[in-house]
Design a protein around this ligand. Structure first.
Ligand code: GLY
Length: 347
């Protein structure tokens, strides 16, 4: 098992291993004294893993409770979030108790936001069970739900007390869902570490998670609140979030980010912001991984959603510009140039 210490305002450990879920109660006891635990999960993950987790917690002296909501991006809503808060209150959870987010990105983001806001904040632990959550969303303390206007528009920064990643859980994932993690891992390779992309192609899950977590740890430690270099992690996301929303979330996050990286790279090159056209390399690698990169939306449609992006401040938006494979920089683009930027990216 590998262990990474993340030194954010509230420090925590990330544990990565294959087949460690049934030991999780023992690990959690390292950072939280036995108390009441609310496992928050979705209908799919509940059937697969909540019993293993609750048995391990109970063996280690924790009292377990559970909240289950339907699987899928549509659950990442204010309505589900409100139901979770009401359930926590009905169960009389207090600030000395903890939440465990058991599942993928939707479960992690929503449960984290509930933890950040219930009683003005209680502790929580992330147990990612998908490739996407393991390589990206479970680390770094970004929590959120979607609004009707767009993705992740209501949320908080709230660091977990521990992250336990058992990548044996990927055995139960269909290839189509694994692709979401592939896109985020390739994104991390593009922004900071070209050799990571070869590991992604080799499906070396353990090493890919370790490298992604290590990259993310360094970025989050330098910019916990996403006001500077952390925005590099948003490569492909300005366009990607628009694609997800326009498709009513039928196009999953990873697939949308894959298309978004190609569009943003081509746009940056055609606008003369970089001498390197990463879109050619990305198209080749992403196609090899099995992504369909045919973009079903127009520049006008994508612009409408990009205008709501969280990286906008005043009259500009921060975009990630690839300079080489494994090297990106941030650059502000005037909002008045954003529609042209997107048009150049999809031509
Ligand atoms: N998923 C991007 C970030 O955590 O900053």
């Amino acid at each position: 098992m590998e262990r990474f210490a993340v030194t954010t305002e509230r420090p925590y450990d990330i544990l990565i291993g294959k087949g460690i879920l049934d030991q999780s109660g023992k690990y959690i006891k390292e950072c939280v004294n036995p108390c009441r635990v609310c496992i928050i999960t979705d209908s799919k993950v509940n059937k697969l893993y909540s019993k293993i987790l609750s048995s391990s917690l109970e063996e280690n002296g924790f009292e377990t409770h559970k909240i289950v909501f339907p699987e899928g991006e549509y659950s990442k809503s204010i309505a589900t979030y409100a139901n979770v808060l009401e359930s926590l209150a009905e169960k009389a959870f207090s600030r000395s108790d903890i939440i465990i987010a058991l599942g993928g990105g939707v479960v992690g983001d929503l449960s984290g936001f509930a933890a950040a806001t219930y009683l003005r904040g209680i502790r929580y632990i992330q147990i990612p069970t998908t490739y996407l959550a393991a390589v990206d969303s479970s680390v770094g303390g970004k929590t959120a739900v979607n609004l009707l206007s767009g993705k992740n528009l209501a949320g908080a920064f709230w660091q977990p007390s521990m992250v336990i990643c058992d990548y044996k859980t990927f055995d139960s994932m269909e290839e189509a869902f694994l692709l979401d993690g592939v896109a985020e891992a390739i994104k991390s390779g593009m922004i900071m570490e070209s050799s990571l992309i070869d590991r992604v192609l080799a499906k070396d899950y353990g090493k890919v998670i370790e490298r992604c977590v290590s990259i993310k740890k360094s970025v989050v430690e330098a910019d916990e609140r996403d006001i500077g270099m952390r925005q590099l992690l948003n490569f492909g996301h300005t366009i990607g979030h628009g694609i997800e929303k326009l498709s009513s979330y039928r196009i999953s996050h990873g697939r949308a980010v894959a298309m978004g990286m190609v569009v943003e790279s081509k746009a940056a090159f055609k606008m003369g912001l970089t001498g390197y056209d990463a879109s050619e390399y990305l198209t080749e690698v992403l196609t090899k991984c099995g992504f369909d990169l045919n973009l079903p939306y127009s520049a006008e449609q994508l612009y409408k959603y990009a205008k709501n992006d969280k990286k906008i401040s005043a009259d500009s938006i921060s975009m990630v510009i690839p300079e080489a494979i494994g090297k990106c920089r941030l650059q502000k683009i005037l909002l008045s140039d954003l529609e042209r930027f997107i048009q150049l990216g999809i031509k």
